[in-house]
Design a binder for this molecule. Structure first.
Ligand code: SF4
Length: 340
C-alpha cells in the first residue's frame, strides 16, 4: 500500500494535477497530514492523540473525509484510517505476514486456492486502512505488472485448472484504464473464464468509475466480478451510490466484503444498516472477515464468538441474501474458513 507520488512536493503535485483524470487528481490531493485531518474534522489539535509514526502513513481522500462526522473523534470512518498510537504496541499473535502469503508470492502471483490465482496488480491504494493485512507486503518485489505482465501470465498458464484470476493489491483500480485493459486482454488469452477485482476505489474515490473503466469492463470476454470493500453504511453516500449504479450493468456480479472491526462495526444494528445500504446501492454482502492479525491492528480485533453472535443477530432480522458469510483466513488452508 503506497501512493507512487507520496514523495512529490505539494506544489509539484498541484501542477501535475491539472492534467490528470479527476480520480488521480483526487488521489494526489488526499489528506496525508494528521494535523490537517484534525482541522478538517473541527477537532482540537491533538484530540486524536499522537499519530503512530510507521512506514504506513496516513492517506485519506478528501471525499472520504467529507463523509466523517465533524467533531467526533470516534467517527467509524475516521477510526479506519487514523494511525492510532496503539499501533506501536506489540501484541502476541500479531505479525507482519499474518496469512503467511509472502513466501507464496512469485512474479506477483499467489496461488492459495484451487482453481483460482491471485495477482498483485498494484501496490497503490486509494486510502490506507489501518487494519490491512497487507500493510507490510513487499510490493516492490512482488508486482505482477512487471515486464508487461509477462512473468505473471506465464506463471498463471502453469497453474492447473485455473478458472478465475483475482486482481488484488494494493488496489487494482489504481491502474490506469489502459493498463487494466491490457491486463484483462492478457488474461482473456488464457484458460481463465472469470476475473474478480477486489477494490476499495469506488468507495474511497467514486470518480474512479469513469467511462473508460466501464468500457474496459464491457470489452472483455471474461465474466467480471467486482468486490468492493465497505465496513460501515456511512461510507456509502450518494456519490458512491451513483458510481456503483454506473458500473453495475458492466459486471456479472457486484459484491461487498467487510472486516469486523472493534468500535467500528461490531454491533448488529451497524452491520444490518450496512447490508441494507449495500443492497440499496446494488451490491450484495459477501464476506465479513475476522481481522487478519497483522502487527499494528490488535486494537481492532473482535473475537470469533462475538462474530458468530452478530451473524445470528443478522439472520434474525435480515433476509438470507443480506447476511454476509463470517470467515477467517487460516494460513495453509485451501479456502477461507467459514465460521457462520
Ligand atoms: S484494505 Fe485494500 S485499500 Fe485498504 S490499505 Fe489494504 S489493500 Fe489498500
Amino acid at each position: 500500500m503506497s501512493t507512487n507520488d507520496a514523495a512529490l512536493p505539494t506544489a509539484d503535485r498541484a501542477a501535475e494535477t491539472l492534467t490528470l483524470p479527476s480520480w488521480q487528481a483526487e488521489l494526489r490531493a488526499a489528506v496525508r497530514d494528521p494535523a490537517e485531518l484534525e482541522r478538517l474534522l473541527e477537532l482540537p489539535a491533538g484530540a486524536l492523540g499522537v499519530p503512530a509514526g510507521t512506514g504506513f502513513p496516513l492517506l485519506a481522500p478528501r471525499g472520504f473525509v467529507a463523509r466523517m462526522r465533524k467533531g467526533d473523534p470516534n467517527d467509524p470512518l475516521l477510526r479506519q484510517i487514523w494511525p492510532a498510537a496503539e499501533e506501536l504496541t506489540p501484541a502476541e499473535g500479531f505479525s507482519a505476514d499474518p496469512v503467511r502469503e509472502q513466501g507464496l508470492a512469485a512474479h506477483g502471483l499467489i496461488q492459495k486456492y484451487a482453481g483460482r490465482v491471485l495477482l498483485i496488480a498494484s501496490g497503490t491504494c486509494p486510502l490506507h486502512c489501518r487494519y490491512c493485512f497487507r500493510r507490510e507486503f513487499p510490493y516492490q518485489a512482488q508486482l505482477a505488472a512487471r515486464a508487461d505482465w509477462e512473468p505473471a501470465i506465464a506463471a498463471l498458464r502453469g497453474v492447473a485448472d485455473v478458472k478465475e484470476a483475482i486482481l488484488s493489491g494494493g488496489d487494482p483500480l489504481s491502474l490506469s484504464n489502459r493498463r487494466l485493459g491490457e491486463l484483462l486482454a492478457r488474461l482473456a488469452d488464457t484458460a481463465v473464464t472469470t476475473v474478480r477485482i477486489h477494490t476499495r476505489f469506488p468507495i474511497a474515490i467514486p470518480a474512479r468509475v469513469d467511462d473508460g473503466l466501464i468500457r474496459v469492463l464491457r470489452g472483455t470476454r471474461l465474466k467480471t466480478v467486482l468486490v468492493v470493500h465497505t465496513n460501515h453504511a456511512n461510507e456509502l453516500d450518494t456519490s458512491v451510490e451513483r458510481a456503483l449504479a454506473a458500473v453495475r450493468p458492466a459486471l456479472t456480479a457486484l459484491l461487498n466484503q467487510s472486516v469486523l472491526l472493534r468500535g467500528i462495526n461490531d454491533d448488529a444494528e451497524t452491520l444490518a444498516a450496512l447490508s441494507e445500504r449495500l443492497f440499496a446501492c446494488g451490491a450484495l454482502p459477501y464476506y465479513l472477515h475476522l481481522l487478519d492479525r497483522v502487527a499494528g491492528a490488535a486494537h481492532y480485533d473482535v473475537d470469533e464468538a462475538r462474530g458468530e453472535e452478530l451473524i445470528a443477530a443478522l439472520r434474525a432480522r435480515l433476509p438470507g441474501y443480506l447476511v454476509p458469510r463470517l470467515v477467517r483466513e487460516i494460513p495453509g488452508e485451501l479456502s477461507k474458513t467459514l465460521l457462520a
